[in-house]
Design a protein around this ligand. Structure first.
Ligand code: RP5
Length: 162
């Protein structure tokens, strides 16, 4: 049983998508991460999603690059919240991925985050926020995360001019 399903179009996406997995780990949320493609392995993607839903998954995070339709396909197959992470692509640097994900037609939403690592981490944090709605322990962890982050900024010191 995994609470979050993290899927990406290729193993080459893992360097970015591991940020989402790290957030899940840090907050004690179980996850299952797989490289499954909407166009290379559509049957396996559907099977994995069915297994995830049957075992209590509560949200999906999907990362893909270039013609990044994976998150849209995932969203089409579930009513669970689906977050999309645009992966930086070789030639268009992820702008293609971002536009493909964020321009979903009305009716099947993909909640799309920023391109790259920040987007992947924020997808994880978005799932944390959803779980925190009905989980006091998760809510406390998220408040503590924000406080720690703010404290780092408060304590930061800019370098002196030469
Ligand atoms: C997309 O094509 C994947 O999500 C990946 O970002 C991109 C390149 O895949 P590989 O050629 O590295 O497998 O489907």
């Amino acid at each position: 049983m995994a609470t979050v399903g993290i899927v990406m179009g290729s193993t080459s996406d893992w360097d970015v998508m591991k940020e989402a997995a790290q957030i899940c780990k840090d907050f004690g949320i179980s996850y299952s991460a797989r490289a499954l493609s909407a166009h290379r392995t559509p049957v396996e993607l559907e099977q994995w999603m069915e297994e995830m839903e049957a075992s209590g998954c509560q949200a999906f995070i999907a990362g893909a690059g270039a013609a990044a339709h994976l998150a849209g396909v995932v969203a089409a197959k579930t009513i669970l919240p689906t977050f999309g992470v645009p992966i930086p692509s070789k030639y268009l640097k992820g702008l293609d991925s971002l536009l493909a994900m964020v321009q979903m037609p009305k009716g099947i939403p993909v909640s799309t985050l920023a391109i790259g690592e920040a987007g992947a981490a924020n997808a994880g944090l978005s799932v944390v926020a959803i779980l925190a709605l009905h989980d006091a322990d998760m809510k406390a962890k998220l408040i503590n995360f924000r406080a720690t982050q703010a404290e780092k900024v408060r304590n930061s010191v800019l370098p002196e001019l030469a």
